[in-house]
Design a protein around this ligand. Structure first.
Ligand code: HGY
Ligand code: MN
Ligand code: MN
Ligand code: MN
Length: 402
């Protein structure tokens, strides 16, 4: 079987974008389809039982999942715009390598072992993160999923169909999830806590509550060279003030608030915009802080829009409540890993967070020396990746080979 390093070398050219060297593996595009084909080939080469579920999530099984109480590991292969190499793929490649490691040790699983690649984790194309796991966990309905549309007006079911995946049966998958006794997602750390503490791997404690809000500022398009300042209804001003308010409120409360995507209509250099649409990503350690910060940003937007003669609509596009990973499973991981592993909270969302409402779930983080993620500067050394594989192998052995 190919080693971790060989698999990594094989996967990393797919969807790499020049000249940034970042990844553009948006759900159900050619690059994502190539990654999915790669995953399928890897699982078949290992003689695993391969299946795609009703929501396009890919699964590979050693043993029969129908026996129940399965131990599953995995992550996602899609990316944000110009994402790094590790966010997602590290968990999938490590899962395959850990399974190989387990077999090389001659370990005999007493529980079914699964590897999962969840579809559309990043939400880069349709705006909603963790679509595959949300659908399976019953936290996104078929109707809601059918209404998701990308920037070119392609709907999610159309995109799935074009990629060869039947979207007819999108929806909850409680029977499949009920067969899983533990889900462990390995992921590159998206901050520098492990680096600062000098640890190659850590365990997740919790995921902050987080969500995405769309702010639509509607003004009046007009000529940039002839419209007096006093006569303008310029939504760009309202938007700009809102971005500054987000920063101010985040600093005041310790929350995180980001406008990372904006669309301007009609988008002419010499025209006052008719519409500015900005997306707010907001996260905080607790729900109350998150509510407070979003309400304050919204108030600032409303006040400024009034002054500018601009109409404002705010739509909450997604929301994920706080996730506390299961204590018993976390303690078990800690014990298996020798008890000296740091336990970290994170503001990043994960399929593990979505699944945690249905399945006992834990996460392993691998050190990222730059601390950067959702950027080509995301990193992890080969030694640390192999330490992650080793930890995951120990965890699979400890959980599934009792
Ligand atoms: O945006 C997130 O937190 C995740 O990486 N999808
Ligand atoms: Mn991500
Ligand atoms: Mn991820
Ligand atoms: Mn003109």
């Amino acid at each position: 079987m190919p080693t971790f390093t060989e698999m990594w070398r094989d996967l990393t050219p797919i969807g790499r974008h020049t000249p940034t060297n970042g990844y553009r593996r948006y759900a159900w595009t050619g690059a994502d389809t190539d990654c999915r084909a790669w995953f399928r080939e890897q699982t078949l080469a290992r003689g695993l039982r391969y299946e795609t579920d009703r929501n396009g999530n890919q699964w590979a099984w050693l043993g029969d999942p129908a026996d129940g109480d399965a131990v599953v590991t995995g992550s996602h292969l899609d990316s944000v715009p110009d994402g790094g190499a590790f966010d997602g793929p590290l968990g999938v490649v490590s899962a395959l390598a850990a399974l190989d490691g387990l077999r090389a040790r001659g370990a005999r699983p007493t529980r079914p072992l699964g590897i999962a690649n969840f579809s559309d984790e990043e939400g880069a194309r349709f705006g909603l993160a963790c679509v595959g796991s949300r659908l399976s966990a019953g936290r996104l309905t078929r109707e809601q999923a059918y209404a998701l549309t990308d920037a070119d007006g392609v709907t999610l079911p159309e995109a799935m169909e074009a990629a060869g995946q039947d979207p007819t049966d999108l929806g909850p998958d409680p029977e499949r999830l009920a067969r899983i006794g533990a889900f462990v997602e390995l992921h590159v750390e998206q901050g520098r806590a492990l680096d600062l503490g000098g640890h190659p791997v850590g365990i997740a404690s919790a995921i902050w509550p987080h969500g995405r809000w769309r702010f639509d500022f509607a003004g009046e398009a007009n000529h940039a060279g002839t419209t007096r300042i006093a006569d303008r209804r310029d939504p760009m001003l309202s938007y700009a003030e809102t971005v500054l308010a987000a920063r101010r409120e985040a600093e005041l409360t310790g929350a995180l608030a980001t406008f990372g995507k904006v669309a301007v209509e009609p988008g002419g250099v010499n025209a006052i915009p008719s519409l500015v649409r900005g997306w707010l990503d907001a996260r905080a350690a607790d729900q109350e802080t998150l509510d407070t910060v979003v309400a304050a940003i919204r108030r600032a937007a409303e006040e400024r829009a009034r002054r500018d003669g601009v109409d404002l609509a705010v739509v909450r596009e997604s929301f994920t409540p706080v996730v506390e990973f299961e204590h018993a499973l976390r303690d078990e991981l800690n014990r298996i890993l020798g008890g000296a592993v740091p336990v970290l909270g994170t503001g990043a969302g994960h399929d593990a967070g979505i699944l945690s409402a249905s399945v006992p779930t834990a996460m392993i983080f691998v050190r990222n020396p730059t601390g950067v993620s959702h950027s080509p500067a995301e990193s992890a050394t080969e030694d640390d990746c192999l330490a992650g594989v080793h930890a995951l192998t120990d965890v699979l052995e400890g959980l599934a080979c009792r």
